[in-house]
Ligand binder design. Structure first.
Ligand code: HEC
Length: 202
């Protein structure tokens, strides 16, 4: 059976696999560095690239963790999110966040359907954290213009999605303090990874 629990275990395993892969690559890079220096070919002679500036690193470093670490300053609510949604999201996700069958996912509905024969996975029914919805919209949406929204717009868009899913109120302000406190309906259905070295928690 295809269960959400299996899914998260699989994605954690995948992430761990990638980390192991990166580590073994780093080892290889170190050993070829050693080989290069023993052959007296300093890598600076290649004149490739330059160190990234602090601004460049800051611009690329946009990860928001489930506990809210990394959320930027700014604020928004569903009232502002509603008009933003109409102009920048509805063309794909449809007027009532119901999605367009087969093409664009629904962002609302399906709460309580996950154990049924036809689970409907949306932000409201499936996602365990509101903070990672912020992360996702910030880096990937609108699909045709990613990274084009201001922080206030992202907070507003997320607030609107949460409001339509009846998870927060219309005037609840979402910001770096309030968003991590939103309890998503499906959060407790995910198993934290039980391996002791992972130290995962809800
Ligand atoms: C041009 C079409 C398009 C527009 C405009 C668009 N999206 Fe999306 N959106 C998509 C597609 C396609 C996906 C699925 C992407 C994937 O699975 O790789 C998606 C996925 C999402 C998801 C994740 C849904 C899930 O449960 O997996 C969220 C949240 C989301 N969009 C929010 C927004 C918001 C907010 C806006 C407006 C600011 C927006 N989108 C505008 C096409 C669009």
């Amino acid at each position: 059976m295809f269960s959400p629990r299996l899914l998260i275990t699989a994605s954690v395993a995948f992430t761990l696999g990638m980390a192991a892969f990166a580590q073994s690559n780093a080892k290889q890079a170190n050993s070829s560095k050693a080989a290069a220096s023993s052959a007296d070919v300093p890598s600076t002679d290649l004149h490739l690239g330059r160190p990234a500036t602090d601004e460049e690193i800051k611009a690329a470093d946009i990860t928001t963790l489930p506990d809210g670490t990394g959320l930027p300053p700014g604020k928004g609510d569903a009232t502002h999110g509603k008009s933003l949604y109409a102009s920048k999201c509805a063309s794909c996700h449809n007027d009532h966040l119901e999605g367009r069958q087969g093409q664009y996912p629904a962002l609302a509905g399906g709460i309580g359907s996950l154990t049924s024969a036809r689970p409907v996975k949306t932000v409201g029914s499936y996602w365990p954290y509101a903070t990672t919805v912020f992360d996702y919209v910030r880096r990937a949406m609108p699909y045709d213009h990613p990274r084009s929204l201001s922080n206030d717009e992202i907070y507003s868009a997320v607030a609107y999605i949460l409001f339509v899913n009846k998870i927060i109120g219309e005037n609840d302000e979402m910001n770096a303090q309030t968003l991590p406190k939103v309890k998503m309906p499906n959060r407790d259905s995910f198993y934290p990874d039980q391996r002791p070295d992972v130290k995962s928690k809800r």
